[in-house]
Design a protein around this ligand. Sequence first.
Ligand code: CA
Ligand code: CA
Length: 220
Amino acid sequence: MKIIWLLPILVATSLLFPIEATAATVPEAAAVNDMDPCFTDDGWVNSVGSFDCLGVAGLNSHTFLTPPDGNNYAGGVQYSGVPGISETIMKSYTNLVIGAEYTVEWYIMRDTVQGSGLAAESWFEVTLCSDQQDSLRLTPGDLRSWTLDSLTFTADATTCDLSFRARNTTGDNSSWVFVDGVSIQDSLINPVGIPVNSPLALLLMALLLGGFGWAVLRRN
Ligand SMILES: [Ca+2]
Ligand SMILES: [Ca+2]
């Protein structure tokens, strides 16, 4: 059989069974999400606006401000009013346990961009699954210094996006907010490595309590 006859079969197969984008799994260390040489290289997708990759050369008016890991970092702005456009990056995680809690940790920093003065506060709206929370809200006094920040989220699906959406109070492109070194892990791990509020942990607890009750009944 000539190889040419295989082509329609291969095309049909690829249409029927598309290769799914691979999603990351928990845990992930900060070194995995070091934003170096860029956030896209670490598996993040630019979903709103155009998040920037910041290297040692800096960018526009922004001077490179060395983060704890010493290499590149990522940043976004909110512009065109409130809500306007809030630049966002996201990364997909799979094999999450519904109802389990996950702790996400990152470094955050702010700087000026342009516009009518620095917004009172700038921060990230951080979302995992449907759980949306605000990061540390940085004030002008927090300018140009890296701060470790973390939040705990509850999963309501097994595959979810983790996203960082740049926000500021005025939405006027005055404040740039940066992120680096994102890590994610189960927030409550027992000695056998099972998230304590996962269905599996609840089943094990029920079996242990049932066994204990049975032993008490037999003694009596
Ligand atoms: Ca980095
Ligand atoms: Ca990297």
